[in-house]
Ligand binder design. Structure first.
Ligand SMILES: [Cu+2]
Length: 459
């Protein structure tokens, strides 16, 4: 089983001959029988769950599972989440990347107190099919609540998905840090580790896919699989690769590209999502691994000693079946409208330093960026410090224009973009609807919690 549930013991995940040990979190039960309506209940509560096999730990869980259950919806659906906060602290549900009314965003403006209840209701917009996720966004405790186990997938499907017939896998990547008894290891606030965590964000030495350690996916020679990858880690940036083969990158945060792009490896920053097509290029009976390759996102003084080491995430195992006829992948996936930057009414320069945005720490009463409904604007993100900052804008998907002056080679919808150290990234965004106050912040959760966050007000 993928998902760790209370009072359930699990066999140690097998690396060698176990078949398809990767399984999915449960899917949230739709309480509505009305077509076009998805109504679910999500309860956040303390739980006792073995995140490490056989070692129960005190965690927080959505509906008793880590990762939380997956919310499945279709474009056009009216989604209602009945959220119950049974945690001993305020929390929210932020549907990361979903275009919805500001008051439904689960931002720190709308905290749900301990014992409180809140309904989030929004309609999924057409053209937004893609891979999203949900997590708490309570202000200064996001890293803690996510580390304790609060994160889950949110998948939006299109009726005209051009690769709907390709078998699909969900891969929720997370990491965590444990004591020897399997309990979660949070450093003392005055320790050196706490200072390193404030700088790097919390990185754990145990890597999970759907809550499992080194699970196995079966693939047949010649087969193509669609992998929806979510980086739910608090800080870790993955550089995904399967040694010796290319991957087809077909989608970003906000869904499919116009055309597949072949890559040798792909960077997935904290909270980013990618859709990949993985072709079974191995021989029957062989095995390979999905790895995360070294990537240096760190300031020199806190760079971890093992940063230059590749880590295996899961095994990809070829059964004994004869190769199947190669599966054709469509060359055209969909059309993505261009945001017309010749009509951009403003360029906002956003300077990222260590823990601050434009020289300010988060102030709920301050508006950093003012914008008007119906306009298109350019944001210029300038990282002037020695480490990467993955930047997230709430509510509105954007199109990356260029990175350090190099035009983005393809068009896609994104809600997070990694801004590498001392680099500049520009994106275009259109505020079509939904006035209100929106967060933007670094998605290294420790940075966000420290105040590397600001407010966009759209009127
Ligand atoms: Cu940051």
């Amino acid at each position: 089983m993928a998902t760790r549930r209370a009072a359930t013991q699990h066999a140690t995940p097998g690396y060698t001959f176990a078949t398809n040990t990767l399984s999915n979190p449960p899917v949230l039960k739709n309480l509505s029988s009305t077509p076009g309506t998805v109504e679910v209940t999500i309860r956040a509560a303390p739980a006792r769950i073995a995140l490490l096999p056989g070692k129960p730990a005190d965690v927080y869980a959505y509906n008793g599972s880590v990762p939380g259950p997956t919310l499945e919806a279709r474009e056009g659906d009216l989604v209602t989440i009945h959220f119950y906060n049974d945690l001993p602290e305020p929390s929210t549900i932020h549907c990361h990347g979903i275009h919805l009314p500001a008051e439904m965003d689960g931002s720190p403006f709308e905290l749900v107190p301990p014992g409180g209840h809140r309904d989030y209701s929004f309609r999924i917009q057409r053209g937004t099919a893609g891979t999203y996720w949900y997590h708490p966004h309570p202000g200064t405790r996001t890293e803690y609540q996510v580390a304790k186990g609060l994160f889950g997938a949110l998948i939006v499907r299109a009726t005209d998905d051009p690769i709907a017939t390709i078998p699909e896998r969900l891969l929720i990547l997370s990491d965590n840090r444990f004591r020897a008894d399997g309990s979660l290891d949070f450093p003392d606030s005055n320790s050196t580790q706490a200072m390193i965590d404030e700088e790097n964000g919390r990185e754990g030495n145990v890597l999970f896919v759907n809550g499992q350690i080194m699970p196995t996916i079966n693939i047949r020679s010649g087969e193509v699989q669609r992998w929806r990858v979510i980086n739910a880690s608090a800080a870790r940036i993955y550089r995904l690769a399967i040694p010796g083969q290319t991957l087809l990158h077909v989608g970003d945060d906000g869904g499919l590209f116009e055309h597949p792009v072949a890559v040798n490896d792909i960077l997935v920053a904290s909270s980013e999502r990618v859709e990949l097509l993985v072709r079974g290029t191995g021989q029957p009976g062989s095995q390979t691994t999905l790895q995360t390759l070294p990537y240096d996102r760190y300031a020199p003084q806190t760079r971890p000693s093992d940063w230059n080491t590749a880590h295996s995430l899961l095994a990809l195992r070829y059964g004994d079946a004869a190769p199947m006829a190669p599966v054709a992948v469509p060359a055209a996936l969909r059309t993505i409208p261009v945001l017309d930057t010749t009509k951009a009414t403003a360029t906002h320069v956003i300077v990222l330093t260590q823990g601050m945005i434009n020289g300010h720490a988060m102030d709920m009463d301050r508006v950093e960026v003012h914008a008007s409904i119906g306009t298109t604007e350019i944001w210029q993100l300038e990282n002037v410090v020695d480490m990467d900052h993955p930047f997230h804008l709430h509510g509105f998907q954007f199109q990356v224009l260029d990175r350090n002056g190099v035009p983005e080679p393809y068009r896609s919808w994104k809600d997070v973009v990694n801004v590498p150290r001392h680099e500049t990234v520009r994106f275009a965004v259109r505020y079509a609807d939904f006035p209100g106050k929106w967060m933007f912040h670094c998605h290294i959760l420790a940075h966000e919690d420290q105040g590397m966050m600001a407010v966009l007000e759209v009127r």
